[in-house]
Design a protein around this ligand. Structure first.
Ligand code: ATP
Length: 236
């Protein structure tokens, strides 16, 4: 198992955000975390990337515990986080944002190759490479945030609500990018309130309810589960 969250609980002061959460992320899969507002999805990603510490349990990456490491070290060993709300550097150009993604790398030829790859994958970023990131549309900023994460040459990409606030057309573009990343063998943990989208993209899904894993299984099984259909897909 490439990445595993094991029986993890996280508190914000006295508030329990997640309890006994176990999630397995095999190499090459897209894993969807779905659930309502406040269910603990973002906290689970923040736990994996070292932004919060577990009170109990652990996070194992490639056989090693990582839950006491600093976020920068975690990003160095290959876990990239695309946070909710994109968080690109608004004053910096597209190019500078992408360079920031690669700042821990020293392999210049490979960085240049990856940069070309990003411009091929996201032609709009190429057109706008000298433009300040903050002046771009939400969808373009989402693409930039993804491209910046990919520039770190990650082994796992954590994506927090990539579709949030985007038009249906832009959601489909983002979904297509995630499909392509999966076809290329990337490993992705995808947090989405848009359960329909997430289960269409993932192979395995976890349903979080008030900080606990209420259900997990293949995305196909979850999509046909009556409770999931009623609660998260809006189908009677
Ligand atoms: P959302 O889609 O709203 O981000 P989520 O499923 O990602 O929801 P979390 O953001 O992980 O949920 O929140 C889990 C719980 O922890 C919620 O009860 C939330 O109010 C609480 N929480 C999250 N961040 C903090 C914080 N910085 N301080 C205190 N409580 C927090």
């Amino acid at each position: 198992m490439l990445l595993k969250v094991e029986n993890a609980s996280v508190y914000y002061d006295k508030v329990e955000a997640i309890r006994n959460v176990t999630i397995e992320v095999p190499k090459g899969q897209v894993i969807a975390l779905i659930g309502a507002n406040g269910a603990g999805k973002s906290t689970t990603l923040r736990l994996i990337s070292g932004l919060v510490r577990p009170r109990t349990g652990q996070v194992i990456f490639d056989g090693h515990p990582i839950h006491e490491m600093d976020p920068e070290d975690i990003s160095h060993i290959g876990i990239a986080h695309v946070p909710e709300g994109r968080r690109v550097f608004p004053q910096m150009s597209v190019l500078e944002n992408l360079e920031m993604g690669a700042y821990l790398r020293r392999d210049t030829p490979a960085i240049n190759r990856d940069m070309e790859g990003m411009f091929h994958r996201f032609p709009r970023l190429k057109e706008r490479r000298t433009q300040a990131a903050g002046t771009m549309s939400g969808g373009e900023q989402q693409m930039l945030a993804m491209a910046r994460a990919l520039m770190s040459a990650p082994r796992v990409v954590l994506m927090d609500e990539p579709s949030l606030g985007l038009s249906p057309v832009m959601c489909q573009e983002i979904a297509q990018v995630i499909r392509e990343l999966h076809q290329e063998g990337r490993t992705i943990v995808l947090v989405e309130q848009n359960a329909r989208l997430a289960l269409a993209l993932a192979q395995t899904g976890y349903v979080l309810e008030t900080g606990r894993v209420a259900l997990h299984g293949s995305a196909e099984d979850l999509s046909t589960d009556d409770a999931v259909r009623r609660t998260y897909l809006g189908i009677d």
